[in-house]
Ligand binder design. Structure first.
Ligand code: HSE
Length: 400
């Protein structure tokens, strides 16, 4: 079976390396040999022997032996065009492109269904950690009730470095860049957009959410997080993490991406560096946790090759239907939450405006744990305290 890779960057070249390195293992898993025939890229890139470099996607897709296109371009422009062309010809597409899946995935899946082609995206969420297939197969008989995840590796690296070395956000950012963990433009990671896209894809697998409801998910990144916010979380007996949260509700599903307080002892508190972790709760299975490398060349390639194995094993069968995208997103305004809030100086104004359960102090820095209240009400009360002149940190939604 011939395959092609479009986009020969970190991930695309990882797929090529894995196809060659593990050729026999993959052939055994599938029952036939896989031949990487083409790489589509406009750059002059070094390729393994016998692989043809071209910038002509139509020629590649016109080769009747090409059954699969790995789309590792990223972005939603050229990647969209190539994906649409491939699916229209009935060629399967395997992608790590969370932006494209979250923004145009509903439409592309519909096209795939009409053309009897596969469109798979395990690598788009949590890199090398299998999460989508387990949700759609092994856990498919459960009603998934809620999930919490650390789904962005680079921001988790930044927070880990800030926590462990006490360096500033900007110093951690510079280090992450020098190690190649951040995109040239790290905005999507730092502002939480990357995590939001992954949450939309997870909610699709878990609840049958519309992928494009991605844009409705309230999202706060870690750009305003300081050492003192991390210190407040430590004082309260836990750590600050960027958490993607989703919960099934009576009307649909709800969720957010937000800096959060994860108490010591919670399974996600030990998820460090570029690792990802996802805790899922199903009505019959109870708690399940997934953990591993959420980014990087070969871990991400591993997920793409996993999709290849599924696709190749089922090439002659009807395309398996994804969960029908009918479950609506409901704004989390009424979701009961508690938060850890950093208060500099006098805590009284805050304690008068917000019922609190615990206050811990280290000099002028106080960490306050609120009682449960609807998210909207919590935000309103925090706004009042801020307007009264109190200096508050980023509120951390509690996983407790
Ligand atoms: N920028 C992403 C992350 C890459 O840091 O998680 C993997 O999706």
């Amino acid at each position: 079976m011939k395959v092609a890779i479009a986009g020969y960057g970190v991930v695309g070249s990882g797929v090529a390396e894995m196809l060659i390195k593990n050729r026999e293992t993959i052939a055994q898993a599938i029952g036939q040999d896989i031949c990487l025939e083409y790489v589509v890229d406009i750059r002059e890139v070094d390729l393994p022997e016998d692989v043809e470099l071209t910038d002509d996607i139509d020629r590649v897709l016109g080769d009747p032996d090409v059954k699969v296109l790995f789309e590792t371009i990223g972005g939603a422009r050229i990647a969209y065009e190539y994906t649409q062309k491939a699916l229209s010809r009935g060629i399967g597409v395997i992608t790590s492109n969370k932006e494209l899946v979250a923004t145009r995935g509903d439409e592309l899946r519909e096209l795939a269904r009409q053309k009897g082609a596969w469109y798979l995206c395990e690598a788009a969420v949590c890199g090398g950690v299998p999460v989508l297939r387990p949700l759609k197969t092994d856990l498919a008989g459960n009603r998934i009730l809620h999930l919490n995840g650390i789904v962005n590796g680079s921001t988790n690296f930044l927070l880990t470095r800030m926590e462990e070395t006490r360096m500033t956000f900007n110093a951690a950012l510079a280090e992450a860049k020098s190690l190649g963990y951040l995109e040239a433009d790290p905005t999507a990671d730092v502002d939480g957009l990357d995590a939001r896209r992954k949450l939309a894809i997870l909610a699709n697998a878990a609840f049958g959410a519309r992928l494009s409801d991605d844009r409705l998910i309230p999202t706060t990144g870690i750009g305003r997080v300081t050492q003192r916010d991390l210190h407040a979380a430590r004082l309260m007996g836990g750590a600050l993490k960027l958490i993607a949260h989703a919960r099934r509700t009576e009307e649909g599903w709800t969720g957010w991406v937000h800096p959060s307080f994860v108490p010591d002892g919670h399974p996600l508190v030990g998820v460090r560096d570029v690792f990802n972790g996802l805790c899922v709760n199903g009505d019959c299975v109870g708690d399940v946790m997934f953990y591993g490398q959420g980014a990087g060349r070969l871990p991400t390639a591993s997920a793409l090759i996993g999709d290849l194995v599924e696709l190749a094993r089922n090439l002659d069968r009807p395309v398996s239907c994804d969960v029908l995208p009918v479950v609506p997103f409901v704004a989390p305004d009424e979701e009961p939450v508690r938060a850890v809030i950093r208060v500099e100086g006098d805590v009284l104004p805050l304690c008068e405006a917000i019922p609190v359960e615990d206050v811990r102090s280290d000099g002028p820095l106080n960490a306050v744990l609120t009682t449960d209240m609807p998210l909207k009400e919590l935000k309103e009360r925090i706004g009042i305290v801020r307007r009264m002149g109190s200096e508050l940190g980023v509120p951390l939604i509690g996983l407790c």
